[in-house]
Design a protein around this ligand. Structure first.
Ligand code: MN
Length: 134
């Protein structure tokens, strides 16, 4: 089975490395971007199955990046999950308003993180690594 590809857009190197490590261990492929502009370019080029989007980044933040991705027919179909420490209700609602499918909260829950990501793929009717859902 094809490994699902997750695009990680995150400007904090520690969070990025942790997310990458956990997802790869769970059987996902990952591609990474440390800023939103790069993330948008990679999303167009590599057509990931899901984008995990940090909301707070300099220059172009995750809300604006999500809006851009959702307005572009090349990337509009790709689910975006907001990745944020600010799991406040207004932040969540704002993320949904900008086109995100949901939220995964930081700090990363090491035991649940890959399942959380897999859950969004399953919700979209996409396959997930069997190891994650077993
Ligand atoms: Mn950030």
């Amino acid at each position: 089975m094809k490994q699902p590809v997750i695009l990680l857009v995150e400007d904090n190197p520690m969070n990025l490395e942790m997310a990458k490590f956990l997802l790869q261990n769970a059987g996902f492929q990952t591609v990474e971007a440390e800023d939103a502009a790069t993330g948008i370019r990679i999303a167009k080029e590599s057509q990931p199955d899901l984008i995990l989007m940090d909301l707070h980044m300099p220059v172009l933040n995750g809300y604006e990046a999500s809006k851009i991705l959702k307005s572009d027919p090349v990337t509009a179909h790709i689910p975006i999950v907001a990745f944020t420490a600010h799991a406040m209700e207004d932040e969540q609602q704002k993320a949904l308003d900008f086109g995100c499918s949901g939220i995964i909260s930081k700090p990363i829950d090491v035991d649940q993180f890959s399942r959380q990501v897999a859950g969004f793929l399953v919700a979209k009717g996409e396959p997930s690594p069997a190891t994650v859902l077993a």
